[in-house]
Design a protein around this ligand. Structure first.
Ligand code: BGC
Length: 529
């Protein structure tokens, strides 16, 4: 990832700047600082011919120091990832042993113990709530050629930060609007109601397939009064208040919906692949997987006939002290709506990557005057730089990094940037994205290890290929991120084992999967699983 920066040797000016920066340090601190400086591999400092084009007064030594420190702190070598994998597996076991057994993973029992059969029939609805938009959809199962009907609704900020009833009334209102446009062929039979799969992509304590209490909000939601309440009951009551003939029959996490849809697709393809894991890398992040019921001591119910249950890990809560965190991550966490929580999520999901990059650029502006004598005001605006901007800049293939220049100008108000400066920005994006992608890769390997799919077939493990179904904008729209993540998985598993692990995009599962699960748990239909 260092191809875009110019090799440069440590020169006298740099030694001087090191001297200045160590004046107040103890001998031990100096030794360790000097040792770290000697790790320097490349320089972002412009060559002398270019230096005149740069903003006068920029301190490239300082910029280089900041960048090298960032590289070092975000480094994720294989040995670190292996240790993280071990930590993850221990936390998974602890979370399965008893409720609250892991400090990090909720290991939520989803009450989904079988995957779709393909025999589901009828019209079903889904409400997919998990980000700044929610989606309402209707899916007609068992009708060849019928395509799902979607409607996307954005959630106003005041609702995301408002009161419990307001949120559910808002959603019920939009659901009522959606069905009011339907013709009579979709009206439920007398005595029946429309059935809805509710994808609620926040940590919940699920108590049955159609009930569960919110543990805490994530992803910028902070609706008052919802934590500890049954969200299905809240939605059913709001729908009743609207006079809507609809009822929730399945409450699912987006990871579970994705697993359900991917699994149905795999069983139709009949290639013997087993969808065991699903991961969302979008605004937030999480993973679910198929666990053997015997490995879930906290499950007190009857043993399901499949012998398995899907566990939604809520892996965003992972917080090992081994995680490679920086001052930027800590500052971001401190001003988030949930400080100290969702530490893993804050290192790798779409909601945060842009703002981490902004924070690094802000330091470069403040301490190295990299964008001119004063700090560009837009750099001070939290979240102004989104992960899509990071992805766009990182993947800019033009020789003069036009996209980078455009985003710096249009979004951050930094105009007339030199090529060297743009390269530096690309380097920051690359470091932050690579760390995120490799951590996600380690997360996947942690699950594979937990279910014994991280070994070669000679060890008696399943002879089927293991599918990891992926969804979420970060994964879908950021090819370099995907490539880094897959490379990390191969590096950790070894190529022979990795050949039997398919990491595949499975789109729109969160909504369609919820409708499928609603069909499977229909109160009126005889087509269940
Ligand atoms: C939520 C999870 C969800 C994930 C992906 C996280 O913030 O806690 O429930 O699955 O985002 O949407």
């Amino acid at each position: 990832m260092h191809a875009n920066v110019q090799p440069h040797v440590l020169d006298m000016r740099m030694i001087e700047s090191v001297n200045n920066s160590i004046r107040h340090l103890s001998p031990t601190e100096i030794r360790s600082k000097m040792k770290r400086r000697s790790l320097r591999r490349v320089s972002i400092k412009p060559s002398s011919g270019v230096a005149n084009d740069m903003h006068s007064g920029s301190d490239w030594d300082k910029a280089e120091f900041v960048l090298e420190e960032l590289r070092r702190q975000c480094d994720t070598p294989a040995d670190l990832l292996y240790r993280l994998v071990e930590d993850m597996v221990e936390e998974m076991k602890a979370g399965l042993a008893k409720e609250g057994g892991s400090k990090d993973y909720k290991m939520i029992l989803t009450y989904v113990d079988k995957l779709p059969s393909g025999k589901e029939r009828g019209h079903f609805y889904a409400l997919d709530l998990g980000g700044t938009n929610f989606r309402v959809l209707r899916v007609s199962f068992g009708q060849d050629g019928s395509t799902p009907v979607f409607q996307e609704v954005s959630i106003p900020q005041e609702i995301m930060l408002g009161q419990h009833e307001e949120l559910f009334d808002y959603i019920a209102g939009k659901l009522a609007e959606f069905v009011s446009k339907e013709d009579s062929s979709y009206h439920p039979r007398p005595g029946c109601k429309r059935e809805l799969g509710f994808t609620f992509s926040f940590p919940i304590k699920q108590t049955s397939i159609d009930s569960g209490e919110l543990i805490k909000w994530t992803k910028g939601f902070a609706v008052e009064g919802t934590a500890g309440k049954d969200v299905v009951q809240a939605l059913n009551e709001a729908m009743e208040r609207r006079g809507l003939d609809m009822v929730v029959t399945a409450l699912v996490n987006d990871t579970v919906g994705t697993l359900a849809v991917a699994s149905l697709a795999a069983s139709k393809a009949d290639a013997g692949d087993e969808v065991m894991i699903s991961v969302i890398l979008g605004t937030g992040t999480n993973a679910c997987y198929v666990e053997s019921i015997d490995a879930i001591p906290k499950w007190k119910g009857p043993k399901p006939s499949s012998g398995n249950m899907i566990i939604s890990m809520e892996w965003g809560g992972f917080s090992s002290s081994l995680l490679p965190r920086t001052q930027y991550d800590e500052a971001l966490d401190a001003v988030s709506v949930n400080p100290g929580e969702q530490i893993f999520e804050k290192l790798l999901s779409g909601m945060y990557l842009g703002d981490i990059v902004r924070r690094v650029l802000l330091r470069l502006a403040e301490e190295a005057a990299l964008f001119g004598p004063s700090v560009p005001p837009n750099l001070l605006i939290p979240c102004i730089l989104g992960t899509p901007h990071v992805s766009c800049m990182h993947q800019d293939k033009s020789s003069d990094l036009q996209e980078v220049g455009r985003i710096l100008s249009n979004v951050l108000g930094i105009h007339e940037t030199s090529l060297e400066l743009r390269k530096l920005v690309v380097e920051v994006c690359s470091i932050i994205a690579k760390r995120a992608a490799r951590l996600a890769g380690a997360g996947i390997v942690g699950i594979l290890r937990k279910i014994g799919r991280d070994r070669s077939k000679h060890d008696g493990s399943s002879s089927h290929r293991t599918v990891v179904a992926m969804d979420g904008g970060l994964y879908e729209h950021y090819p370099l991120f995907r490539a880094e993540m897959k490379a990390a998985v191969v590096e950790l598993l070894g190529s022979e084992v990795a050949e039997n692990v398919l990491i595949e995009l499975s789109k729109d599962g969160s909504g369609i999967g919820a409708a499928l699960l609603a069909a499977a748990h229909s109160k009126y239909s005889r087509y269940g699983w």
